[in-house]
Design a protein around this ligand. Structure first.
Ligand code: SF4
Length: 71
């Protein structure tokens, strides 16, 4: 089973939730717009098992549904 994620940056309102919940996967640029930093938001890298539940938490807690999770 593989999981990948990215942020639809046009939909991100820089609330900070995803980075607060899972900083190992989500970072943000100087404008606060988030991205998946393990693969520069290109959805090429598999999420390690240990982070998968946190990625799902971030996904559920994004107020604008800007986070995509492919599982
Ligand atoms: Fe952007 Fe959503 Fe992350 Fe908030 S939770 S910083 S809106 S991607």
């Amino acid at each position: 089973k593989t999981m990948k994620t990215k942020v639809i940056r046009d939909n991100c309102i820089a609330c900070g939730n995803c980075n607060a919940i899972c900083p190992d996967i989500y970072d943000y640029d100087e404008d606060g717009i988030a991205y998946c930093h393990i693969d520069n938001n290109e959805m090429t890298e598999e999420i390690d098992e240990e982070f998968r539940s946190l990625v799902l938490d971030a996904y559920k807690n994004c107020p604008t549904e800007a986070i995509i999770v492919e599982d």
